[in-house]
Design a protein around this ligand. Structure first.
Ligand SMILES: *[C@@H]1O[C@H](CO)[C@@H](O)[C@H](O)[C@H]1NC(C)=O
Ligand SMILES: *[C@@H]1O[C@H](CO)[C@@H](O)[C@H](O)[C@H]1NC(C)=O
Ligand SMILES: *[C@@H]1O[C@H](CO)[C@@H](O)[C@H](O)[C@H]1NC(C)=O
Length: 243
């Protein structure tokens, strides 16, 4: 049995939730649809033992907004017995706008899931939900590079790392947006090693990038400063031509 919960704190970024699809690809249903040979179908997860629940404060039957304007249907409320503490194997939290503090019920849900021993995976600004729930205190974690200073200031008890993804026990956190794909791919390889994860990652053509970023933090900051400066200069020239 594998039960994955996706906690939606809307509006979320569609790219952040995209890695959930890699989990869905682990099933026999998907392998059969792709007409993969029987020996591979045999290693895939049984459909009846695989569930994904989309959980939100707004409750079952509501639609959550995304940055891409695509509505996501929430089918599970926070107090649904199906997702009570201990019921979910994995809780994935895709990113809402940075700094947004979710309702206390949402934070309580996250805390109880972690206390009951389930895995927690945050993607990009989903880190705020985990940090506000205080489940990262004393642990190694990471978030989007652009908000690292903000995280360090607001959540000083967390041991923040400048990495594409960080794993500390049952908690996995990732950097900005697409870094969640690397994290989920590494997580899958660890949880379902061998042919199953290898097949899914090959089909999805996911190439796992190194955990360390290829540019230092200073280099990235310099890149931002340079581009903001360039945009400012362009703004100045535009104003002049309009005048
Ligand atoms: C949510 O929907 C998925 C897909 O239809 C289903 O597998 C899952 O059981 C549902 N969860 C709940 C709690 O109804
Ligand atoms: C969804 O989000 C977009 C942009 O963030 C916004 O323009 C739109 O009004 C939102 N729609 C709903 C139904 O909230
Ligand atoms: C936390 O990060 C530090 C520095 O990278 C590392 O030495 C330590 O082993 C990590 N701890 C865990 C539990 O991952």
């Amino acid at each position: 049995m594998v039960h994955i919960g996706v906690l939606i704190v809307s509006p979320i970024q569609l790219l952040d939730i995209a890695p959930v699809d890699l989990f869905a690809m682990l099933t026999k249903e998907y392998f059969n649809d792709c007409k993969l040979p029987q020996p591979l179908v045999d290693v895939a997860l049984s459909d009846s033992d695989f569930t994904i629940s989309y959980i939100g404060h707004s409750g079952a039957g509501t639609v959550a907004n995304t940055t891409a304007r695509l509505g996501l249907s929430i089918n599970t409320s926070l107090d649904d017995p199906a997702v009570a503490p201990g019921k979910l194997d994995i809780l994935v939290i895709p990113g809402p706008p940075p700094g947004m503090k979710p309702e206390e019920e949402v934070l309580d849900f996250v805390r109880k899931h972690v206390d009951s021993g389930g895995d927690l995976l945050t993607i990009c600004t989903g880190i705020f939900v985990a940090a506000y729930a205080s489940v990262l205190d004393g642990r190694n974690a990471t978030g989007s590079r652009g908000i690292e200073d903000w995280l360090e200031r607001d959540f000083p008890k967390v041991k923040w790392q400048d990495k594409r993804y960080v794993n500390d026990g049952k908690i996995w956190t990732s950097g900005g947006i697409t870094n969640g794909m690397d994290m989920v791919a590494v997580y899958m390889r660890q949880r379902w090693p061998g042919a199953l994860s290898d097949t899914v990652l090959t089909m999805a053509d996911v190439v796992i990038r190194p955990q360390e970023y290829d540019t230092g933090k200073l280099g990235t900051n310099a890149w931002w400063v340079l581009h903001i400066f360039k945009a400012w200069l362009r703004g100045l020239t535009k104003t002049k031509t309009i005048d």
